[in-house]
Write a protein that binds this ligand. Structure first.
Ligand SMILES: Cc1cc2nc3c(=O)[nH]c(=O)nc-3n(C[C@H](O)[C@H](O)[C@H](O)COP(=O)(O)O)c2cc1C
Length: 210
């Protein structure tokens, strides 16, 4: 983890502790719900999908539910299938403690080679022309499980649209870092989506990244 990210995030966390705690702890246990594996919805028949031709899927990791909420909105807007990336070992609230130098997430983010194991068999993304790829920002970067994921799938024939949630940090170089680990694909800029994004905000994001 870059020192600058850590410093600026710590300053931010201190300044807006209450807001951050609310955002971060709203659904502490939703991260690794076992119901994730291939909860898919039909994409061909919906009105939304006819506005966004081509088979698409929203693939996301979410430790506390914020990214999951945005992922579901993108799936509804675009008529996409949806798939949750789960860790083999679920993240507890102690694991997510960014004030603890020894917490699991601090240790993982301090180690660019960390590759937390996935909980599910990897998904075949070859049927999809567009993959919306979502994750929270941790210490200015993508959680290391996203590295595990992008290294385990074939994105070579997909357009990848990265999206992130965070307390305030932008997507930064997190998606470029994932792109450098991935097996190809056409990567759009994507960006941060606020947890309170409206349907119109989601539509704007999708349109901008078409
Ligand atoms: C370990 C950890 C590190 C985080 N680092 C940042 C950060 O660098 N910048 C930021 O704005 N938010 C940071 N956050 C806040 C999360 O990005 C934010 O709460 C996000 O919406 C959580 O998404 P989720 O609920 O899908 O897991 C961090 C949270 C955790 C648990």
């Amino acid at each position: 983890m870059r020192q600058i990210d850590r410093r600026s995030f710590l300053a931010l966390a201190e300044a807006s502790l209450t807001a951050f705690a609310l955002a971060g702890c709203s659904s502490q246990n939703s991260s690794t719900s076992p119901s994730n594996a291939s909860s898919q919805q039909p994409s061909a028949e919906t009105d939304a999908s006819s506005a966004y031709p081509g088979k698409s899927i929203v693939v996301y990791f979410s430790a506390t539910g914020n990214t999951k909420g945005i992922a579901e909105k993108i799936a509804a807007t675009t008529g996409s299938d949806i798939y949750e990336i789960t860790p083999a070992e679920p993240y507890t609230s102690d694991d997510l403690n960014y004030n603890d130098q020894n917490s699991r997430t601090t240790q993982e983010m301090n180690d660019p080679s960390a590759r937390p194991a996935l909980g599910d068999d990897s998904i075949d993304l070859s049927p999809y022309t567009t993959v919306y790829l979502g994750y929270p920002i941790w210490w200015g970067d993508a959680p290391r499980i996203m590295s595990t994921f992008v290294e385990s799938v074939d994105l070579s024939s997909a357009t990848v649209v990265p999206f992130v949630t965070s307390s305030s940090s932008p997507i930064g170089s997190s998606a470029k870092n994932l792109q450098s680990l991935a097996n190809g694909g056409t990567w759009k800029d994507g960006g941060r989506i606020d947890v309170s994004a409206s349907d119109d905000d989601i539509k704007d994001f999708v349109e901008k990244n078409k």
